[in-house]
Design a protein around this ligand. Structure first.
Ligand SMILES: [Zn+2]
Length: 292
């Protein structure tokens, strides 16, 4: 298999802690979709090249609706990233998914509605997306989690809402009735764009608290509640970092190419010879090998 480079997109908590994965060189990347959330750190973990990006940017100034998802994925792809391990804080919709556990979800319901969700505005490209996360990478994360001190849930449906407000109780109950396990705000369109860019992509979700379907204990006032959530974020972040650190060498050891990495092979419906030169240029890192 060609050279592996692992992109790590750190969400709330992990974004700030990514520095702990190793020093490295800061790279500012400009893309046709503007600047990524922040500079990308090029480093090595266990001898494997990694590209680290904090999804919410320095100072956590970007909210889930304003994260430049296309610029982030385009930038990682243009730097040579082949696999993306992402993290994100979520609320739990299930009693058994407790705060501080980790979850490797396998499905998504996308409720976002004001984010550019494709690289292909100027042509018709339809990628397969029945399995929104790369099963190869999910298996790597499960393997990396063997013997882990924290419970890691395998599978589960992540409902991605627009936010930035949290759910109403009726919405929370609705999401539970759909069989979903997690509510979050950032996995979409990130996972869709990763598939369009032929990157293997999997998520480590960090439940920080139960969503509002479950009443908080009466003993916790608002300030104590926030304190507890922040404590949960911190603990889950350390666990997620450790999981990513263990997963990176396993990604590098993968010996078969994954179907994500040829996601566009049968997906391009437009006549490529009719694409405008500026469109070809903009999409070169993503579509280049299909343009001849
Ligand atoms: Zn894959």
């Amino acid at each position: 298999m060609s050279r592996v480079m692992v992109g790590v997109i750190g969400g709330t908590g992990l974004g700030e802690a990514l520095g702990a994965l190793g020093g490295g060189e800061l790279r500012e990347v400009d893309t046709p979709y503007g600047r990524p959330s922040g500079p990308i750190t090029l480093a090595e973990v266990a001898g494997v090249p990694v590209a680290l990006l904090a999804r919410h940017g320095e100072g956590h100034l970007k909210n889930p609706s304003t994260v430049p998802y296309r610029a982030n994925i385009w930038a990682l792809k243009s730097l040579g990233v082949t696999h993306v391990l992402a993290s994100g804080a979520v609320g739990s919709l299930r009693e058994e998914v407790a705060p501080r556990h980790l979850v490797i979800p396998d499905q998504v319901i996308d409720k976002t509605h004001r984010r550019p969700g494709t690289f292909f505005d100027d042509l018709a490209v339809h990628v397969e997306f029945a399995n929104p996360f790369c099963s190869t990478l999910r298996n790597v994360l499960v393997k990396a989690g063997t013997g882990f001190p924290t419970r890691i849930h395998q599978g589960g449906t992540y409902v991605c809402m627009e936010g930035p407000q949290f759910s109403t109780r009726a919405e929370s109950e609705l999401h539970r009735s759909w069989g979903a396990s997690l509510i979050g705000m950032t996995v979409m369109p990130e996972a869709k764009l990763a598939r369009e860019a032929e990157l293997c992509y999997a998520l480590v979700a960090l439940p920080t608290d139960y969503d509002c379907w479950k009443p908080h204990p009466a003993s916790l006032d608002q300030a104590r509640l926030i304190e507890e959530i922040l404590g949960n974020v911190k603990a889950a972040t350390q666990n997620a970092l450790e999981l990513v650190r263990r997963a990176v060498p396993l990604v590098a050891a993968l010996d078969k190419p994954c179907s994500c990495q040829s996601a566009l092979a049968l997906a391009i419906w437009s006549d490529r010879s009719r694409l405008a030169p500026d469109v070809k240029e903009r999409l070169r890192p993503i579509l280049g090998r299909y343009l001849g």
